[in-house]
Write a protein that binds this ligand. Structure first.
Ligand code: SAH
Length: 220
């Protein structure tokens, strides 16, 4: 059966509730909160979980992967301090929800996913929503996307064993890389800033639990 995608008042009401919850959990960036309040997260979730789309939870999306929890999406996006027109590289397109939130914040998004089936599914939904300024690619995101570098911001949505140098190299001076770093069950959110003369500033934030970043500069 063909799935019907509809964004009804019911969904908008549930999104308001989710946005309020994220505010209470400490998300302050109004651009991010507005994006969460705009993007129909239920479009990115398998139909059997659709009624739970506006709970602050992660869900399976196929290929053993998950759509990140809204709090995690908001938290990472807030750390990026996005400006309209920022060129953003995302590693781990997954469902496409995080990419859609970045787009709603006014970013130009380049997103890489290693599973072709997920990338294809994400492309369908993102097209349906009508997002422009989006480029998707299937491949190993730990290598970055050299043809489009440098980026203002880079966001990694899978847990890395360390910070891939190649991603740092693809940032502009003053750019941010937000990446969860740790082991396969728990990671610390890290924000790297590329300073003048390739100096690195590292800030460490809360604990999260992501699926592993698998690739040449990730887990093997
Ligand atoms: N941002 C996604 C979260 C998906 S979970 C969302 O909003 O739904 C992380 C994703 O990273 C998974 O889909 C996984 O397949 C992908 N991934 C893991 N390692 C990768 C790599 N080296 N390159 C690209 N994608 C990768």
């Amino acid at each position: 059966m063909l799935r019907k995608f509809e964004d009804a008042y019911k969904h908008k009401g549930l999104r308001n509730g989710l946005t309020d919850k994220l505010r209470l959990k400490g998300i302050k960036d109004e651009t991010v909160l507005k994006a969460i309040n705009t993007v129909p997260r239920h479009f990115f979730i398998p139909s059997e979980f659709e009624i739970h789309a506006y709970e602050d939870k992660a869900f399976p999306i196929g290929s053993g992967q998950t759509i990140s929890q809204p709090y995690t999406v908001a938290y990472q996006t807030q750390l990026l301090q996005l400006l309209v027109g920022d060129k953003v590289l995302e590693i781990g397109t997954g469902s496409g929800y995080q990419a859609s939130v970045l787009l709603a914040c006014g970013a130009n998004v380049y997103s890489i996913e290693r599973h072709a089936s997920l990338s294809k599914q994400a492309a369908t939904i993102l097209k349906l929503i009508g997002n422009q300024n989006l480029n998707l690619k299937v491949g190993d995101g730990t290598l970055g996307w050299q043809e489009h570098a440098p980026f203002n911001k880079i966001i990694v949505t899978a847990g890395a064993p360390s910070v891939p140098k190649v991603l740092f190299n693809q940032l502009i001076e003053g750019g941010f890389l937000v990446i969860p770093v740790g082991n396969d069950t728990k990671q610390k959110m890290v924000r790297i800033t590329k300073l003048a003369g390739n100096e690195i500033k590292t800030e460490i934030f809360e604990d999260f639990s992501f699926v592993p970043l698998i690739g040449e500069n990730g887990w093997q």
